[in-house]
Ligand binder design. Structure first.
Ligand SMILES: N[C@@H](CCC(=O)N[C@@H](CS)C(=O)NCC(=O)O)C(=O)O
Length: 231
């Protein structure tokens, strides 16, 4: 199995969507035999030749699959004997909705807090590409956004309230066990942890306690990744 992932500088692997797949692979019991090929923002030719424009991309049994949740769906269908990451069909459909909801709502609110930090952790070859594309996406310069980024943390915390309510009642978003819906939101926290020294959550926040549990999963795989300890 081959996983094309984002190449940050000095082993900072911050792509939120790749993190969703890292956790999915571990959930399904793959701890080895995965060849990881780093792709640069500025040179995506290894995946572009196959018609993809973003990572993660998975290659398995000569099949190429892009888009994180579609990769998870492929693994679910191709390896039904391994632990399910979605649950039954209804739970899977709900997870697809949640994936759209979380991506749509949280990419911008996390990005507006950490984009300057990501810029500092991006591969040097990618800086120009990142600056041009992200400034166009966000409608202002990275510097301007960074100037107000800390002030945006309370509004992110407020936006997370529905998850906080769920996590007051259950150890995981999915209930008693982590599932793909946990990996979606966790991917965003790994995006921050692997690029930003900013503290996003208060010490007593139930989301923080959940994040600690997530960091401990699978032998502390995510905790061991290069990043900032108190994001
Ligand atoms: N919907 C896609 C989004 C993937 C995505 O946006 N990946 C980013 C890295 S986190 C990327 O490859 N961006 C390439 C670019 O901006 O040129 C998924 O879930 O896999």
């Amino acid at each position: 199995m081959i996983l094309y992932e984002l190449d940050g500088k000095e082993d900072f692997r911050f792509s939120p969507h790749v993190w969703k797949i890292n956790m999915t692979l571990l959930h399904k019991g793959w701890t080895s035999n995965i060849e990881r090929i780093p792709v640069k923002f500025s040179d995506k030719s290894p995946i572009e030749e196959k018609g993809f424009n973003t990572v993660p991309v998975l290659v398995d049994k000569e099949k190429w699959i892009g888009d994180s949740i579609k990769i998870a769906e492929y693994l679910e269908n191709e390896y039904p004997e391994r632990p399910s990451v979605f649950g039954d069909e209804t739970a899977k459909n709900t997870t697809f909705i949640l994936n759209k909801f979380i991506d749509y709502n949280f990419i911008t609110s996390f990005a507006r807090i950490i984009v300057g930090d990501i810029y500092n952790h991006i591969h040097p070859d990618d800086k120009e590409y990142f600056k041009v594309t992200r400034e166009e996406m966000m409608g202002s310069t990275i510097e301007e956004i960074s100037n107000t980024s800390k002030q945006r943390i309370p509004s992110l915390q407020k936006q997370l309230e529905p998850f906080r309510k769920i996590l007051k009642e259950n150890p995981y978003i999915a209930g008693s066990q982590p599932m793909y819906c946990d990996y979606i939101l966790f991917g965003f926290f790994m995006w921050a942890r692997c690029s930003s020294p900013k503290t996003l959550l208060d010490p007593t926040d139930p989301i923080r306690e959940w994040r600690e549990r997530m960091l401990d999963l699978y032998g502390g795989y995510a905790r061991k990744a290069r990043g900032y300890k108190d994001t």
